[in-house]
Structures are given as C-alpha cells and as structure tokens.
Design a protein around this ligand. Structure first.
Ligand code: FPP
Length: 227
C-alpha cells in the first residue's frame, strides 16, 4: 500500500459549474471555497501531511479585472473566516508563489496566518497563490546563481531553494474539471506523482470522491523508475 504524504489538487471547473446553472462565474468560485474547507478538514482528520491547492496562478491575472478582484476578496475573506478552523484543527498554513503582487491586506493576512499556525503539527495546507512553476524555478535560479558553480550545484540545492523547500514531493495529483493538463503546477515536485483526472467540476467535488481516488492510489504500483 502506498503512503500518501503529499496530495496536490488543481481545482478546476468553477466557471463551467456556474455557467451550467446560469449563474455568474464568481458564484462558482464562492461554491469552490466551501469545498476547499471540506477537503482541508477531511485531510486533517485523515492524517494527510501536506495538501497543496492551486488557488491562483501566475496566468490567472489575464482574467477580466472584475473576476481577479473577486478572487482576491474571496481569498482574504476565506483566510480571515477560516483562521479559527486552522487553529482548532491544528493545521499549519503556508503559501507558495510570489505574493508580492497582492494587495497589502491580503499579504498581511497570509503572513499573519503563516505565523499563527507555524507550530501546528497536523496537516500543512499549502495554498499556491500567484504561483507558477516556471516562475518558482526562475526565482530559485535567481537565489542560487551567485552561490554555486556547475561543479558544486546539486539537485538537493535546487529542492531547498524552491518555494516547497522542506516539503516532500507530491505523491498524488488530482485535477478536477475534465482537462488533462498540468498548467504550470509543481513541475519539479510532481516528477514521480501519480496523476488522477476527474470530470467533476470543483464545486461538485467531495470527500467521498476523494476517498475513492485515494483508495485507488494506495493500490497502484509505484516503481520510481525501478522494477
Ligand atoms: C479554476 O476554475 C479555479 C480557479 C482559477 C480559482 C480557484 C479558486 C477557488 C477554488 C476558490 C477560492 C479558493 C480559496 C482557497 C478560498 P475556472 O474558473 O478556471 O473554471 P473553468 O475552467 O470552468 O472556467
């Protein structure tokens, strides 16, 4: 049976979920935020160590301004209202990505929540915020460029300078919403991840479907390039 230490999810399909019900796209994001909460609590209660969620990508700035603004407000509201959930469930919160482009209240909330939960020992929930894998790798190169030569650089050095430093590689990556692509998410960290694509739109995703995906994952034969 495979151990599942690190679960990552590309939460896709909010817009199509809303459109299918003649609702505005933002209603899909609102409904999606509720699922973030359910899935996070389930992971905390089921001894998953790390849950990484793709909440806002470096490419998402290209969306209409009103949708971007709504997502920023929703994130801030979520983090504020869920602070108690993180504390009550001993969940550590961490952001990956370049949050410098966010507005001050959102940046401050992210840093506050990271600080308040840093000693929590249950699940670590990682939100990918203004995250793109290529951007992360570029920032990593910028950090290490002057410190190493071709002879002294090691894989470990790259790992330790990514946003996910100290976090194990992803074991299982799920993408909801029916598309079968990675969309610039954790490219380094998913090298040996098992992949699962589901048609379910994110606002319809639930803990039963997650449990069944995990049961299937545990039975897969992971060889990591060996026999
Ligand atoms: C993809 O759906 C989803 C996003 C770009 C944003 C993810 C945001 C949430 C799940 C809600 C808020 C998150 C938190 C952490 C509170 P899409 O809009 O690309 O859907 P579509 O492909 O159907 O258009």
């Amino acid at each position: 049976m495979n151990e599942l230490a690190h679960l990552a999810i590309i939460m896709d399909g909010n817009g199509r979920w809303a459109q299918a019900q003649n609702k505005a796209r933002i209603e899909g994001h609102k409904a999606g935020a509720k699922i973030v909460r359910d899935i996070t609590i389930w992971c905390a209660k089921n001894t998953i160590e790390y849950l990484t969620l793709y909440a806002f990508s470096t490419e998402n700035w290209k969306r209409p301004k009103a949708e971007v603004n709504f997502l920023m407000k929703l994130l801030l509201k979520y983090l504020k209202s869920e602070k108690k959930t993180y504390l009550d469930n001993n969940i550590r919160f961490k952001a990956i990505g370049d949050i410098s482009l966010f507005n001050n209240p959102l940046k401050e909330m992210i840093l506050d929540l990271e600080e308040c939960t840093k000693n929590n020992t249950n699940l670590t929930q990682i939100l990918a915020l203004n995250y793109g894998s290529r951007d992360e790798i570029l920032r990593c190169f910028q950090k290490i460029f002057h410190k190493y030569t071709a002879e002294t650089i090691l894989e470990k050095i790259i790992q330790e300078n990514l946003d996910t430093a100290g976090i194990p590689d992803v074991d299982l990556l799920i993408r909801t919403g029916g598309e079968q692509r990675i969309s610039n998410f954790l490219l380094w960290q998913i090298s040996y991840a098992e992949l699962h694509f589901t048609q379910t739109f994110w606002p319809d995703f639930n803990t039963q479907e997650l449990e069944s995906i995990i049961t299937n994952f545990k039975q897969r034969n992971r060889r990591f390039g060996g026999l």
